[in-house]
Design a binder for this molecule. Sequence first.
Ligand code: UDX
Ligand code: ADP
Length: 480
Amino acid sequence: MVKICCIGAGYVGGPTMAVIALKCPEIQVAVVDISVPRISAWNSDTLPIYEPGLDEVVKKCRGKNLFFSSDVEKHVSEADIVFVSVNTPTKTQGLGAGKAADLTYWESAARMIADVSKSNKIVVEKSTVPVKTAEAIEKILTHNSKGINFQILSNPEFLAEGTAIQDLFEPDRVLIGGRETPEGQKAIKALRDVYAHWVPMDRIICTNLWSAELSKLAANAFLAQRISSVNAMSALCEATGADVSQVSHAVGKDTRIGPKFLNASVGFGGSCFQKDILNLVYICECNGLPEVANYWKQVIKVNDYQKTRFVNRIVSSMFNTVSGKKIAILGFAFKKDTGDTRETPAIDVCKGLLGDKAMLSIYDPQVSEEQIQRDLSMNKFDWDHPVHLQPTSPSSMKQVSVVWDAYAATKNAHGICILTEWDEFKTLDYQKIYDNMQKPAFVFDGRNIVDVAKLREIGFIVYSIGKPLDEWLKDMPAVA
Ligand code: UDX
Ligand code: ADP
C-alpha cells in the first residue's frame, strides 16, 4: 500500500489530501501539522477552514484512509511520498525584506524529513516557493541522507479558495516537475500514477523542476495582472463616463482574451497573488533583470492604488471627513465562499477609514470577531506564520465592532461599504436598510453587486467601481 504524508494541514494541504484520499481508496493519506488545535479541528465536526463541499469529502474518508495527526515524525518516516505544504511568509527583516520568501518553515520541515527517514522517499513541493527552492531542499536532504535516496518534485497547486473541491476534482492541469535523470523520471511517474486515478493523462503536464516552480509564480502573476489591468481601466471609466462592466464584456468577447478574471473590484487579496509577485520581483532583481522586476511590481502598485482610491472616494463624498461617523463594512473575507482574510482588501480599506477616525461596524458571514481584530492590528506579512507563532490576541479596537447581521451593521450608519461579493448582499432589503440609516445615506460598492438604479431610486447615493459617477461625486477629488 502506498503511503502519503502531507506536512501542513492548511488551505492547500487539507483539501488536496482529502481529495487524493477520496479518489485513491487504496492509498493511505496522513495530514500532519505542528499546530495541535488545527489537527483537533480537522478531526472534529467543525473543520478549521470553510470550503464548500469539503465537509462531505472529509467525512467520507476520515478514519478510513485519511488521517489527521500531530505526530509529524511517525507519519513522515512511514510515508513513500511526502508533500510539503507549510507556510512561506514574505521576509520582514534582513536580505530581501518585503519581497523574498522566508523559507524557515520549509527548511525545518526538510531537516526533519532527513532526520526521521529510514527508507527512500519522494518529497513533493506543494507550497508556492521561489524558483530553485527544490535545489536548496535537495541539498539539505542529500547532505543529511545517511544513504537514503530522496527525489524532489515540484507539484504546485492551482486551486482557488471557495471552489477548491471542484478545482481538485476537475483541474485544468496538474503540473509535475522533476529531475531529468532516470530516478527523477521514476518519481514523476509515481506521482503521476496518483493523479491518474481521476485526472485525464493529457491534463497531467510533466516538466523540469524549474519550469514547474516558475509556472506557478507566472500563472498567479498573469491572473493578478488581469485584475490590475481591469482595475486601472475602472479609474479611467469613472473619469470618462464609460462603464467598466460594459468594457470588460466587450474586451472579454475576444476569444484570444476570454471573459474570466475581468471583474473590476476594490482590489485583489488572498494569500498568493501579492506574495508570489513579490517573489517574482525579487528573483528578477537577483538575476539582474530590473526592467522585468519593475513590470511586475506595477501590478501590485495598481492594486494598492485601487484600495486607496476607494477610501478616498468614501471620505471625499462624505464631506471630506468620516471622523466619528458609523460606516458599515459588509464583507471582510478576500472573496466570497471563504472565511479566509489573508491580504484581504478589507484590511487596507478599514485601516484607511480608521486613520480618518471612522467608527466601523463589520459583518461577514464567515469571519470571526477575533480574526477581524487580529487582522486590523497585525503588521504587514505577520499573518503568514503558523498561528501559534503569530502575535498574541490583540486588545480589541474601540472604533471597531463586529456584528452578526447586515441589518445590525447598517443601523444608524452614515455609509455602507461592500467589500466582499457574498450572494446574500445582493438580496438584502435595501429599503429597510435605508430607512434605518443617517441621511444622506451612501453605498460604496467595491464589488459591483448591487442594483445601482434601484438603490438610487430608494434614495441612496451610490458609488460603484468603474461606473458612471453619481452627480454627488462628480466634483469630488478621488485621488490623493
Ligand atoms: C489564486 C489562484 O486563482 C489560484 O490558481 C492559486 O492556486 C492561488 O491563488 P485564490 O487566491 O484562492 O486563488 O482566489 P482567486 O479566485 O484567484 O481570487 C483572488 C483575488 O482576486 C480575490 O480577492 C478576488 O476577489 C479577486 N478577483 C478575482 C477580482 O478582483 N476580480 C476578478 O475578476 C477575479
Ligand atoms: P496554505 O494556504 O499554503 O495551505 P496555511 O498557512 O493554511 O498555508 O498552512 C500551513 C500549515 O503548515 C499551518 O497549519 C502550519 O501550522 C503548518 N506548519 C508550518 N511549519 C510546519 C512544520 N515544520 N511541520 C508541520 N507543520 C508545519
